[in-house]
Design a protein around this ligand. Sequence first.
Ligand SMILES: Cc1cc2nc3c(=O)[nH]c(=O)nc-3n(C[C@H](O)[C@H](O)[C@H](O)COP(=O)(O)OP(=O)(O)OC[C@H]3O[C@@H](n4cnc5c(N)ncnc54)[C@H](O)[C@@H]3O)c2cc1C
Length: 339
Amino acid sequence: MTDAAKRSRTNPTTVYFSGAPCECAPGETVLDALLRQKPDLAYSCKKGTCLSCILKADGPVPAEAQEGLSPTLAKQGFFLPCLCPPLDGMLIEPAEGKGLFADATIESADQLAAHITRIRLRPNEAFEYEAGQFINMRRDDGLTRSYSLASVPGQDDLLELHIKRLENGIMSNWAADGASVGDAVEIQGPNGSCFYLEGNAGGPLMMIGNGAGLAPLQAIARDALDRGHRGDIHLYHGSRHADGLYMRDELAELASQHANFYYHPCLSGSAVPKGCRRGRAEDVAFGDHQDLKDWHLYLCGYPPMVEAARKTAFLKGASLANILSDAFELRELRIEPRD
Ligand SMILES: Cc1cc2nc3c(=O)[nH]c(=O)nc-3n(C[C@H](O)[C@H](O)[C@H](O)COP(=O)(O)OP(=O)(O)OC[C@H]3O[C@@H](n4cnc5c(N)ncnc54)[C@H](O)[C@@H]3O)c2cc1C
């Protein structure tokens, strides 16, 4: 634990948000302290994964509050209040108007499957990214959520998101029912390091995802093939029900075009139609391949699956450095559950 974290466990400290003092209770993060005064501040996972809560500091920032940020953002004083033990006298400003978010327009919104909405965005300015990275999308009321990029630079003209509808989920239901062509949103990113790495063109790749976890994985697979990856690529997509296995035709087509690309649709429910594998994606994948030494793995989607698969892959010989992942962490609703 850093000195700053130790101090904040014992002494109440005062930070200043847009000039207004905010007292932080011992052990509290800057985000939780600020939320008591400003409940409408943007945040989601509170784990440092999604970056939705990013703010800017004028002055020193505890190192742990900038872990996972790009050096450019860290240098400019951006930090994650959800990971930040308060420093007494810390001066904090909103991230708005600081060049972090860029404007984009919704070019299309349609249903890829019963619960998956595809949103295509046209950024107003050039937006460089790697297939599989994620962005934060902010609605005009400030609601911000993270979404992985399903598009591939050089192959797809627009930024593409696959958004799974969740019961009572605010953004995902808006994407499905409320978002219209021409709507303006803001985007921040690209974020994350879950993308294809060159230098291993002959090695095997294993991709495991469930639900909308397919979005980054199919993009990484297409990107890898486009860049001439020669090793085998196994993509395992899991769902409980057949209608969750979206893009089946497209992925089967991709497999027919590339002898080294294998698509494995997996169903964990009781009905398993022809062409699908029975079981959870991670169980099927690890059943197929016992020794993962020299494999590179990509894991995306439901956080408990990602965590369990990471452990299993490591135990089967994969190096931790070769396991890239994005856990789709949801907003923390335990502290302030909605009615
Ligand atoms: C790095 C990263 C990448 C991601 N990529 C994707 C992606 O590509 N596609 C995708 O679909 N998602 C992705 N996510 C998840 C996404 O950011 C959102 O969290 C998700 O879309 C839900 O947002 P929402 O506003 O619809 O739900 P929220 O309103 O934030 O609700 C979150 C959860 O709480 C539940 N809930 C709602 N009301 C209540 C209540 N009263 N009590 C208890 N629980 C309740 C909802 O059902 C939902 O499960 C990603 C997340 C991260 C961190």
